[in-house]
Design a protein around this ligand. Sequence first.
Ligand code: SAM
Ligand code: SF4
Length: 455
Amino acid sequence: MFTDLEMKRQEAPSVAQRRVFIRTFGCQMNEYDSRRMLESLRPEYTPVSAPEDADLIILNTCSVREKAEVKVYSLAGRLKHLKRRRPDLIIAVCGCVAQQEGQRLVERMPHIDIVLGPQGIYRLREALAKVRAGEGPVVDTDIRDDFCLPSALSPEVKAVKAFVTIMQGCNNYCSYCVVPYVRGPEISRRPGEILAEIRALVSQGVREVTLLGQNVNSYGKRQPGFPTFAQLLERVAQIDGLWRLRFTTSHPKDLSPELMRAFVEIPILCEHLHLPVQSGSDRILAAMNRGYRREDYLKKVERLRELVPEIALTTDIIVGFPGEREEDFQATLDLLKEVEFDEIFSFKYSDRPFARARSFPDKVPEEVKEERLATVHNLQLEISRRRYRRLVGQEVEVLVEGRGKSDPRQWTGRTRQNTVVNFYGGQDLTGKLVKVLVEEACQHSVRGRLVGTLH
Ligand code: SAM
Ligand code: SF4
């Protein structure tokens, strides 16, 4: 027997009533893609926060690591019972797992109506129309070599900060990585479109923008007439009303002197660089096809710190890459001690479809990977704590993002170096630039007290 509410949900919703639930897995690029998908569905669909309340459920997926992919399969499986109760519900799996699995997804899970790869998500409306016309399931995993982001913009961002994708795909083929296969070749977005999107965001109240790409340092290199990445940063920095600018990710092999100087020359460019090193061992870096040696990386870090002593550095580390011996792992630990990153993201290596390392011999046993991950994690906790302790007693500039997550009486925001700062203060400070006196260092953040408002 259905309850009244369930009976109501059985009826096909009218256009004005349609509701969408979206769950995003993985990186900031996926967060960006999810925002663009929601924009493309307006005004027909309004977002809701529970899958049970939605007429359309979208899972925007990540397949970079095995763990992320397993989570997607498990959630998609759990949606089966919703579909059974409400056959009119449309379920879409988008992003990298969709690209990787394609037709297999609908064969394994017939309750899925739409499968769209990272380039296909911009054809979501067409896919929905087909499903409604009874032409489903729709699987669109074509990879094109032109830029797939539509330029028509109507952002509706209520946040203080936003991501903007400036390029898609990757040509680097690191031997462990699935990205070039699921996101296609590297293509840069036209500068005029990027600038227009950022202006539109700023007019909505966005004050901080992070430019996104798998390797932003090679922006424009393959497209004649395009600016370099550093030149693009200069143009973005001219936009009135934009207070802070960031970018990610930078590949160490392509980090140019011009880009390093941008940190000195562009006042709104924040002093933080995410520079994934992956390993401290030359033997492993070569097997990973990273295109730099430990020494090259360390020289770039040294140069950056000469230019911008206060720069915060973060990185990604993979432990247990095939063939990683104890001495290779030790070299990674030594590098972490030498550089003293502010934060790191560390991962256990996992085999990925299409990636070359999948067929490499000497796989590291799971328990050794676990142990190495814990060692890296504990070492970095100590280093981060030390770095945060240095801030105690200093006044820092914070862009306030809203109420604190763990204590809603607190405000939360970030410094230019991307350190999370929680503090007590008076009236609504969201979107304000304030000065906070740091009083205490925590594990991944600092705590302090408001001493003034700047903007
Ligand atoms: N393009 C960026 C770069 O060059 O570093 C980031 C790409 S990836 C989305 C983010 C991180 O996931 C990588 O930096 C790497 O540390 C990790 N990663 C990628 N493939 C992995 C794998 N097969 N196993 C474990 N970690 C992986
Ligand atoms: Fe993957 Fe390497 Fe490309 Fe980053 S640069 S997305 S790690 S292939």
